[in-house]
Design a protein around this ligand. Structure first.
Ligand code: ZN
Length: 467
């Protein structure tokens, strides 16, 4: 759509041939044009190409309102905000209107009066699409006044008719007229408000303080909910549930690769460090594996879910552990190791809910996830029976000490002592840098331990692998 900002009055708008369209028509038209041009409608959304996105597109082509069902951290909010991409770059509204009235068909009393007085000279303004999105988290304290509107008691006292919209102080939804409004966690909205919402969507009228006021808004309504809350009997009034044309089920990343792509895109990055940092692929996979295992764990409440934010925070935490070590030991390269993993307890625990009442159990649940994740990732890279040469040397009395506080040098000294380890390290590490080799050595030793080929004892913050 070419910029039409030069058009400043209703008369000029009519002369330009521009015809405002209802929002569903506008979104549908833009969506089809984007599909035709093979444009990415949801940039930055990973792993939904074959599942969630086709459902959304069908809903929009059908003109259906959408409810997104999914556990926390499934990019629902982001997907909903990206629907703004389907709006025209800007649309004409009557200048100064609180509810973005269409210049050619105003609904508010103020604008209808204005247009009948000023006619084609009525001024218009152009509303950019970013300003046509509103959202609200449903909490028990939201009122009809917040969401829909309230009558102004002063104006009522002045003797205006209550059905006169000039007495209304508009709430969030009318102010998003001709835009997209999103209600997060819809089942938490009290029943009276759900009724109000339904009336607004279906009957195009609102009831405020017992008065019925006609308000034919044009809003594309989306909502999100936890699937269990939504299907729970009584949480959503049936007519409102029926009103939503499409239920779109979101999900967590299906693959470790998708999980890691999101982590790479979302993690905080800082510039200006005096050292380099590098996270080996197997450490990344362990972080993603911890999250994937947590999503299947019977000890963790799956109703609230395990967000991708757990992976992001854990990745940042092990990298920070490595950076801290590099600074303390004056090493040039920060590389996370297995012995940094216990630190993810702090970045995991606030983001999961246990299905147990014992508080002390939390660290144990997380430690178990870490061990299982390391074992799974290790066994994807190695077959234990191929590492017997190394195990034999431990059987002959070799011991190796590791710690998250140790510099990389002693690791590498050990590494050179152990016959056959060079080739084994090469499977996961192609760097010559000591810090990277140290991390790989620890991964291999821990993998052998978890496969019950080596013993492990932790004394005073140091871990010793031995027969
Ligand atoms: Zn108006």
């Amino acid at each position: 759509m070419a910029k039409r900002s030069k058009v400043k009055t209703i008369g000029e708008l009519k002369a330009s041939g521009y015809k405002p369209a209802p929002i569903r028509e506008e979104m549908r038209r833009n969506l089809l044009a984007m599909i035709k041009k093979r444009r990415n409608i949801f940039p930055g959304i990973i792993g939904f190409d074959d599942t969630v996105i086709p459902d959304i597109e069908n809903a929009i082509i059908s003109g259906h309102d959408i409810i997104f069902l999914g556990e926390r951290g499934q990019a629902k909010s982001r997907v909903m905000r990206l629907l703004v991409n389907l709006l025209d770059e800007e649309i004409p509204v009557i200048k100064g209107c609180e509810i973005n009235d269409n210049p050619l068909a105003p609904i508010c009393k103020r604008c209808r009066d204005k247009v009948s007085e000023e006619g084609d000279a009525t001024e218009i303004a152009w509303l950019p699409r970013q300003e046509r999105y509103g959202e609200k988290l449903a909490t028990p304290d939201i009122t009809i006044a917040d969401l829909i509107g309230d009558v102004d008691p002063i104006k009522v006292a002045e003797g205006r008719y209550l059905s006169d919209e000039l007495t209304i102080h508009y709430g969030l939804i009318p102010r998003t007229n001709r835009g997209i409004f999103c209600i997060n966690e819809l089942p938490d909205l009290i029943e009276r408000l759900q009724v109000g919402l339904f009336n607004l969507m279906e009957e195009k009228d609102i009831q405020i303080r017992g008065y019925r006021i006609r308000l034919p808004l044009d809003v594309f309504l989306v909502a999100s909910a936890n699937p269990e809350d939504y299907t729970n009997r009584g949480r959503i009034i049936t007519p409102l549930k029926d009103r939503y044309g499409a239920q779109v089920r979101t999900h967590y990343p299906v693959t470790i690769e998708d999980e890691l792509s999101i982590v790479e895109a979302e993690r905080k990055q800082f510039g200006g460090d005096e050292f380099e940092s590098y996270v080996p692929q197997y450490m990344k996979e362990i972080i993603a594996e911890v999250t994937h295992l947590a999503r299947k764990s019977p000890d963790i409440n799956q109703r609230s879910g395990v967000s991708v934010r757990v992976s992001i925070a854990n990745y940042e935490t092990i990298l920070s552990g490595a950076i801290r070590r590099a600074v303390i030991l004056r090493e040039k390269l920060a590389v996370p190791r297995i012995s940094d993993l216990p630190y993810i307890r702090s970045s995991t625990s606030g983001k999961i809910e246990l299905d147990s009442f014992e508080e002390t159990k939390e660290d144990k649940v997380i430690d178990d996830l870490i061990r299982k994740a390391v074992l799974n990732v290790f066994n994807r890279y190695y077959k234990v029976y191929e590492l017997e040469e190394i195990v034999e040397q431990f059987n002959g009395g070799l011991t190796v000490e590791v710690s998250d506080r140790m510099s990389a040098k002693p690791y590498v000294r050990n590494f050179k002592e152990i016959v056959g380890l060079t080739d084994v390290v090469k499977v996961v590490n192609d760097s010559e840098r000591l810090e990277a080799v140290a991390s790989a050595v620890e991964f291999i030793l821990e993998g052998l331990h978890l496969n019950k080929r080596l013993n492990k004892a932790t004394i005073e913050g140091k871990t010793v692998y031995r027969h």
